[in-house]
Unconditional design. Sequence first.
Lengths: 267, 224, 300
Amino acid sequence: MSRIIVMTSGKGGVGKTTCTANLGMALAKAGQRVAVVDADFGLRNLDLLLGLENRIVYTALDVLAGECRLDQALVKDKRQPNLALLPAAQNRSKESIKPEQMKRLIKALTKVYNFILIDSPAGIEMGFRNSIAAAREAIIVTTPEISAVRDADRVIGLLEANDIKAVRLVINRLRPAMVAAEQMMSVKDVQGILSIPLLGVIPDDEQVIVSTNKGEPLVLDEKLSKAGIAFTNVSQRLQGEKVPLMDLSIPQDNFFTRLKRLFGVSS
Amino acid sequence: MAIPIISDLLERLFGSGEDPHSRDDVKRRLQIVLAHDRLALDPQTLEMMRQEIIAVVSRYVEVDFESLEFSLATNERVTALTANLPIRRIRPLGRGPDQPIMPEQEVEKIELASPAEALALDAQDAEAALRRFEANTRDAHPYLDIDRSGLDEDEDESGTTGTNNSVLAEAEAATSTDLAVGESVDDSFRASDDSVALLEEPTPEIPDMSIPEASAHAKMQSDK
Amino acid sequence: MAPDFSFMQDSQSDSSGTPADGGVNFDNFILEIEPDPETTQEEAAQTKPESNPNLQVQFKSERGRLLLLLPPAPEKSRNPVYWEDLRDQLKRRLSGGERFLQPHTPVHLIARDRLLNSQQIQEIDAMLSDAQLPLKRIYSSRRQSAVAAATAGYSVEQQTTLGHLGQGQEASRQAMDEPLYLQTTLRSGVEVRHRGTVIVLGDANPGSSIVAEGDIFIWGRLRGVVHAGADGNRQCRIMALHMQPTQLRIADQVARSPEDPPAQYQPEVAYIGPDGIRIALAAEFALADLPANLPTQESP
């Protein structure tokens, strides 16, 4: 039985697509057969984060229009052959596909892949409804910010109303130092408010931008960054392994660490 | 130029300067906002509910309007409405509640009451009319009857209770009853007039958990 | 001296094997979606879908007047152009080629089998008016569109079959259309399709795409996806001042840019060589194209 998981957030810019790319890649690295589906028609980005943008010949729309077979539209990743991307069309609106069509695409993918990650567009309109149509599970991506949490809450409600019961939380871009200084909501705060099981916490990491620039998901790095480790942990939890939460607590902020930071000495 | 740099340096060394509780702020704001989001109650409905709760409670106790609090809070995906209604004192049975609730409805009722009053004057003597009038003004508050199909019945009932009450009040303090009734009627008129004027100002969209100015004002009026 | 132009030949899917029976061979499988139960029946009942997917809004001049040809009805097209797309395309055509549109040239709107309501017709009229082009007459094969146009006060001709003005579909299949000239930046999400050569005076940004049945000339930076000879003509070429495409396609061939971009860009030409898509410096390519017996000069 394939697992069909929609990655969604409500608010845009919280790192949905980054999470999808990294999680997909991490699962593939672990030997799972993974298809990542870009459901953001008109504003596709997943191809860029995976560095596959120049290999797209056909899109999901071409498959639906009967212009090509589904396997022809799938872009296989050269670095990680277990991963394939089903690209969205860039030149169409989100209304150009219907939930029922999405279901047909996903259903066909389940014949080959055992993990199907659907990257949902921001918002709760047609594109969102398409992306959740075929999903059986959901991963909510949020950041510890008021607007992101509020939108996440709305989306959780919509998912529940659409009979997606397995909804789990990934908190992205956490800044432990700010939490320690009482200037950011903690993991506990966010989880307490949203009240869904926590799948993982991704610390804010500049390496995310670097990896985006290169089109190489963080989890492919030789030496994993903090965020890379966190994404790997999330993928392991998703496969049912018990992995403790990464220790994101920062060393006690005292005079000397401040002094060191001030003078650029890495602690 | 040098001074800001030094102060910046000091701040970075010793911390401080920023207000230390934005995390608490955001939690508090989120809890309120989510409570409203999850309930999907529009502000009007919420305000109506608030008014009705106050109306019911005010029938039995005198509520401290200055410090009452309504809040929707949410925890573990369960939303709770918390009403904090400080009670000044138990209302003696038979006295009408404080007047400030739903002034526009009150006005409506009073206007409706006037022809009835006239009819009553035709039919009965002045004292009976006054009692009737009192019953009607008292009747201005049962907003809890969302189903108003049995309005006639209710009116009858409250009419009788009204009479009973005034009889009781008469028994309690035979001399001052008429005066007291007259005063309260007067107050309700003034209060409602003022509050209507206040209500004509645009009301904020955001559900206000504090008591609205209109009722606070009316309370002050009736206190005078 | 010239940089390495060995574009990587790469079909999107390496799987060209036979359908897997029973267990799926992960390296080599065929996946097809189930046919849509609704549309398959509809399609069988309806006329065949438009065979040429490259139809967009198009201007054509004919004996002193301008024909504005609309793409066919979206429900019959493999590349449906809905009203919003149509409006965007028309705007782009008007603003991208306005220098060549003589003001006050009467425009004949060839609506073909598209359904247009009076509001849409008025909107088209307004856009044309902005470009100082009067809408003279509307031709439609749909009764509803004709009625809508007439009630909106336009002169209408209802055509039961697509006449010569409606660009008879059979006839149009042979000859390419006149080149499409666009003076604009093609931004992400814009797709230009044309049954002929496309000339862009401007950049083609990443995320944009041009599908032409003829050649493609980009007088600017080419960073999007371009497909020349889209109906199979392998002789077609792609030229750009600054060739940095996401992807190049000529006829049935696909190529990506090399991993390491050259340090400096020069005008280049992409064509199909003996082993797939090749790229050459424009100057050298032009020389190689010349008849052999002519004296050739050293390139500077």
